[in-house]
Design a protein around this ligand. Structure first.
Ligand SMILES: [Fe+2]
Ligand SMILES: [Fe+2]
Length: 218
């Protein structure tokens, strides 16, 4: 099996578990392993990226800038990608992997530089939408996609694929607990269900409906 197909399957499997918890009361469903949770989040991000790419292509064909679509997109990548997923990685997962010798400092720095750049692009996209400047929005989205997709692939191929996950069993619970705290802090009591709803809103807006659609390559 090639790497991108294996990654697509791993994301889809992780996503099934992630979705089971989205509408369950706390504690009703066993928590996923941290790397599975991050993989599932990559699946969600892949769906959002494909929606954004489709909408950006429409801009290039002369369609008007739709502020409603882009405000939802910025909500997703600002509040979920940047404030939940990134924080889980930078504050919890990467330091843990580094402490066990599973993530080299230069590799970690490279991932964090990507995060910083992607956060800046999110703010620029927000400005472009507020200004109604479709050329700016198109340019920023193109750069965002071009940096985010290789970033996701690199994290998966070096850290997140199941065969790479060597987290000591006793260390799982504290990481899972911190992940829950980060989600609750940003998303409130609605938690993941809020992300599912934003994602569905984004995809309905471009007439895509299936959140289980495979994201085979970035
Ligand atoms: Fe990342
Ligand atoms: Fe990630």
């Amino acid at each position: 099996m090639n790497d991108s197909l294996a990654a697509s399957q791993a994301r889809a499997i992780a996503f099934e578990d992630w979705m089971r918890t989205a509408y369950s009361p706390p504690g009703a469903v066993e928590m996923e392993r941290p790397e599975q949770e991050l993989l599932a989040e990559h699946h969600m991000m892949g769906l959002a990226l494909s929606a954004m790419e489709t909408e950006a292509q429409q801009l290039l064909r002369g369609a008007p800038l739709r502020p409603d679509f882009w405000r939802v997109a910025v909500d997703f990548i600002g509040n979920f990608t940047h404030r939940v997923h990134r924080v889980k990685e930078e504050d919890v997962f990467f330091p843990a992997l580094q402490s066990w010798g599973l993530l080299a400092p230069d590799r970690c720095q490279h991932f964090e530089e990507d995060h910083e750049a992607l956060g800046g692009l999110t703010r620029e996209l927000c400005d472009g939408v507020d200004e109604g400047d479709w050329e700016k929005a198109f340019r920023v989205v193109s750069i965002y996609l071009g940096r985010m997709r290789p970033h996701l692939t690199a994290e998966e191929q070096t850290l997140l694929m199941p065969e790479l996950a060597e987290i000591p069993a006793g260390e799982l619970a504290p990481i899972q607990q911190r992940f829950r705290e980060i989600e609750t802090h940003v998303l409130g009591e609605a938690g993941r269900s809020r992300i599912v709803e934003i994602s569905q809103q984004l995809r309905r807006s471009i007439h895509f409906t299936d959140l289980h659609e495979p994201v085979e390559s970035w």
